[in-house]
Design a protein around this ligand. Structure first.
Ligand code: 5AD
Ligand code: SF4
Length: 481
């Protein structure tokens, strides 16, 4: 499962270079995971060709699109609140049309049109190519909807406009959907079956980003380790179809190598890994290629074998430890982060202690922690009672968050007095005299700007830290790049 950025009140609005001949205005904002942000870039690219420029000003929009998240109830409530805001704006600008994209669109389908009168358009994550037709319908005064999930659609042929970009790092999606069926998770229902994108189109997109000056890419998928592409190659070289498929199959480790070798001067990241699908050859590829970042987001969800089983996570606590040991053996300085859910149905104090002790063993660099939120239609909702009281969920969550903070500090402190490479991404939020970037391990680092610029790879010597941020001074350009 991929990383959720946050559930704040306003989503990230996306803006791109306007085209003079475009005369309609699109306001598009995204909530939830990186995949949604990446999808919004695909949507904007499709609509750019239909005469829409983006705007950050809601009041002047002809079309408002909100790309939504269903992962927890709170995420959905945030979107409902935004719809109220659109409603208020529509009073001033009655011609404005409103569309809902993404996971909530897929989950609620026509209910959206019934429940929220402000909504004119409902489009699921696999139907964005149909947007031009759907918008025509809306403009003719009808509500429109397409929530058909696909077994093929990967948007591999669309080159996304980079809306949220700092010109340094970009997301490249490699798989869509998820077949894992973790019992708490709504994603398999909202994003459909898992499918992988043609490696050729992935490498082409990466090469294109490199040519445009990008320095880092993140390969995105709900479950990147299950990436698998069959096909390609010349038929005449093989005796039969199955031999051809075997010989030309590309798994995630080979895709990583392909991308890393195509652009040795670019940093390569990926998200999200799944412990049950991650293989040693992925770790080996990371260890072998300098430009693959030494960082793995490896959600565990719980440290209790009993709960893992109920969650349909197909690994045990012991197997997870073995995976961690292997990572640390091959990549001693690897940054590792997690997702953890507290208060899954039937979770006891002992199960919770198992989660805390698992965290003690791994000592994660950071993590994303959530109280269990029952999602309609999931296996957990159908089979288990949401029986851990909210106050206990919250107390356990606080304990986990506090322990994580200790571990983050422990990991960050290890870098004091040391030098590591940082890719400069932006100005520091706290000081316009400092740059902000990340180390290979994905730790945020800030340092005085001097004459360096955004996109530079710089060696930084760390002198101070907070629990999550390294503070230092640049000692020169990194000669790696
Ligand atoms: N309740 C709470 N957290 C959830 N996640 C997924 N589904 C739920 C849910 N029903 C968390 C998992 C996942 C992350 C993206 O969101 O930890 O890895
Ligand atoms: Fe991730 Fe499991 Fe949800 Fe798939 S089902 S997206 S692996 S949490």
């Amino acid at each position: 499962m991929e990383k959720i950025l946050d559930e704040k009140q306003q989503g990230n609005t996306l803006v791109m270079e306007p085209k003079a001949s475009n005369n309609r205005k699109l306001f598009i904002e995204s909530y939830g995971c990186q995949m949604n942000f990446s999808d919004s870039e695909i949507v904007a690219s499709i609509l750019y060709k239909e005469g829409f420029n983006t705007t950050q000003n809601l009041e002047e929009a002809d079309l408002v699109l909100v790309n939504t998240c269903s992962i927890r109830d709170k995420a959905e409530q945030t979107v409902r609140k935004r719809l109220e805001k659109y409603n208020a704006v529509k009073r001033i600008n009655p011609n404005m049309k409103v569309g809902v994209l993404g996971c909530m669109a897929e989950r609620l389908k026509s209910k959206f049109l019934e429940e929220e009168k402000i909504v004119d358009l409902v489009v699921g994550p696999d139907a964005y190519k149909d947007l031009p037709n759907l918008i025509n319908e809306v403009e003719e005064g009808r509500n429109a909807m397409n929530v058909i999930l696909s077994k093929e659609e990967t948007y591999g042929d669309i080159s996304p406009v980079r809306l949220q970009s700092n010109g340094v790092s970009a997301f490249v999606s490699i798989t869509r959907g998820c077949d894992n069926m973790c019992t708490f998770c709504v994603v398999p229902f909202t994003r459909g079956r898992e499918r992988s994108r043609d490696p050729q189109s992935i490498v082409e997109e990466v090469n294109d980003l490199a040519a445009k000056g990008y320095k880092e890419i993140t390969l995105l998928g709900q479950n990147v380790d299950s990436y698998l592409w069959y096909g390609g190659g010349l038929k005449k070289d093989y005796k039969n179809a199955s031999e051809m498929q075997k010989a030309t199959a590309v798994n995630f480790a080979s895709l990583l190598k392909l991308v890393a070798e195509a652009q040795p001067k670019m940093r390569i990241r990926f998200s999200t890994s799944n412990p049950q699908d991650m293989t040693m050859d992925v770790i080996e590829a990371m260890a072998k290629h300098r430009n693959i970042c030494k960082y793995i987001h490896l959600p565990v969800q719980s440290g209790s074998d009993r709960i893992l089983k109920k969650m349909n996570r197909l690994h045990t606590r012991q197997e997870y430890f073995e995976m961690i040991d292997n990572i640390k053996k091959l990549i001693p300085d690897c940054g590792i982060s997690h997702d953890i859910i507290t208060g899954f149905p039937t979770e006891t104090e002992e199960d919770h202690q198992d989660t805390l002790s698992l965290m003690e063993y791994v000592k994660y660099g950071f993590g994303f922690m959530f109280a269990y939120s029952e999602r309609p239609g999931t296996m957990a909702e159908r089979k288990f009672k949401d029986d851990v009281p909210e106050d206990i969920k919250k107390r356990r969550l606080t304990q986990i968050v506090n322990l994580q903070q200790e571990h983050s500090r422990y990991n960050t402190k290890k870098y004091l007095g040391k030098t590591a490479e940082v890719l400069i991404e932006k100005e520091s939020k706290k000081s316009d005299a400092h740059w902000s970037g990340r180390t290979s391990q994905n730790t945020v680092a800030v340092f005085p700007k001097e004459n360096y610029k955004i996109g530079d790879f710089v060696n930084v010597k760390f002198e101070d830290c907070t629990s999550a941020t390294l503070i230092g001074v640049a000692v020169g350009y990194s000669d790696n790049y």
